[in-house]
Design a protein around this ligand. Sequence first.
Ligand code: ACM
Length: 267
Amino acid sequence: MLAGCLQFKPEFCDVNANISKIRGLLKDKKFDLMVMPELANSGYLFSTVDELKKASEEIPGGPFCSALIEIAAAFDAYIVSGICERAGDSYYNSSILVSPDGKIELYRKTHLFYDEKKWFSPGDTGFDVYEINSPDFGRVKLGIMVCFDWIFPESARTLALKGAQIICHPSNLVLQYCQKAMFTRAVENRVFTITANRTGTDSNGGKELRFTGESVIVDPKGNYLFRGSDSGDECAIVNIDPALALDKHATELNDVFLDRRTELYSL
Ligand code: ACM
């Protein structure tokens, strides 16, 4: 199965520019699953509700969603992307899974980071696992978490216990640790992880944030299949065998799920 990630700098409040950038990076590529950064339609650093209102869209029906539906159909592929969602008077830092037939699944970020708490409602979807399917790669279970969800091991663990073989991880990382931590999330759950991070600096309302790039794809044994640059655009595609994530053995005598001692844990 050909799985990959896109790394780029979303233009703030400019959905058409972001759609064009995505189309450009994907041109002539072949893939089954592509993961894109958090808030890929909108950019990240908001300073007013008006900006948030302008940059967000309802799901489905908005321009970014519609473009991803078109792209998924054209490439006969699945796409996971971060999206700034408007739902009535609420805003969510969301991600969608778009299928080649236009079906959409929605995840709303559970653990909001820092100033995101000023703008977004905390996600209410919980962590679900979705089956994707094709004659080329068969049935594969996929989960989604967004950026700061990584620091709560419960996020990846919940997805893995529900059967996710691949954890898709749209991100806008600003701290130093996540790209290293995803090695652990992959190994402790014996899953593939695909972290699609953004690059560049956003400045707005007297604040500035630099995003760290270095998107990573890790396999269930902790091998880094891809490590991106810290500032360039990237379209990485790797060939993976999702069946590897069905084997939960860390050694011949240790199955990381069956060996759990849940009677001794209080969480
Ligand atoms: C983050 O969750 N965007 C750091």
